[in-house]
Write a protein that binds this ligand. Sequence first.
Ligand SMILES: NC(=O)c1ccc[n+]([C@@H]2O[C@H](COP(=O)([O-])OP(=O)(O)OC[C@H]3O[C@@H](n4cnc5c(N)ncnc54)[C@H](O)[C@@H]3O)[C@@H](O)[C@H]2O)c1
Length: 285
Amino acid sequence: MSAGPVAVVGAGTMGHGIAYAVALAGFDVRLTDTRSDAIPLAIRRIGDLLQGGVKRGKVNEADLSAVAARLRPERELSAAVREADVVIEAVVEDLGVKQRLFVELERTAPAEALLATNTSSLSVAAIADAVRDPSRVVGLHFFNPVHAMKLVEIVRHPRAAAAAVERAVAFARALGKEPIIVNDSPGFASSRLGLVLGLEAMRMLEQGVASAEDIDKAMELGYNHPMGPLKLTDLVGLDVRLAIADYLYRTLEEPQFEPPQLLRDKVAKGELGKKTGKGFYAWGG
Ligand SMILES: NC(=O)c1ccc[n+]([C@@H]2O[C@H](COP(=O)([O-])OP(=O)(O)OC[C@H]3O[C@@H](n4cnc5c(N)ncnc54)[C@H](O)[C@@H]3O)[C@@H](O)[C@H]2O)c1
């Protein structure tokens, strides 16, 4: 579909994963970041993903050199986006930073380039409002780890052009992903629904309905979820989930998003899940 390269701005957790998935799908990629040490780290992580892919039989020898050839790190944003057909922003989750970046993207990327944000919680409309032509801005919400997760949420804000949304859908499919279209609203579809399940599981634990293991098993074995909601919260981070719950409760003002006391207490104690060794489960080091 696109002739020019795909620019990925921000080479952190998501940016390196997106760059890998896009290069593996056959696109030329320009990867940039404002932090000088971020790019070499991202390139190493992409190397690890490739090696992992080879081990699992998902990547062959030809892919190894092809991905390396398609992936070009750029120090300067302007060089990264100059010829881009699609720009994917994956920088820190801060509205001001993203708005300033989009102003810069509008100035430096080709006028016909699709401008996409990977924000997981901010209003895509608010990001798009920063530029003169918001019609070409969409949300392209990838999931972590990008190479393993099939879903991409295409977030449509009120001023997005239908053609831009269609391009985003086609692009996601070209990556081998399964896109869904969601109108811009807090938590989109995935976080809003996933969070309710997680918070309800915590309330059930608070009320002594069942143990954490058995609540998780109810979803794993009864509904074929690959992982129960409490274990998933441990992996995502209890602090991250609390921040999302606070945000959704504030913006949607619905009782199901009110963070349970148990979640607040655990976060206050530093029990943030796998990353601190303890959340709803103990994680051996
Ligand atoms: N981590 C996740 O599980 C996840 C999942 C889906 C979406 N997201 C979203 O993806 C985005 C990135 O998250 P992350 O977890 O990869 O963060 P991260 O902190 O790992 O990476 C962000 C990178 O952006 C760089 N950066 C910051 N400002 C920049 C700028 N102006 N120009 C270029 N680079 C800049 C930083 O140096 C850093 O390397 C956020 O919007 C986040 O909400 C994250």
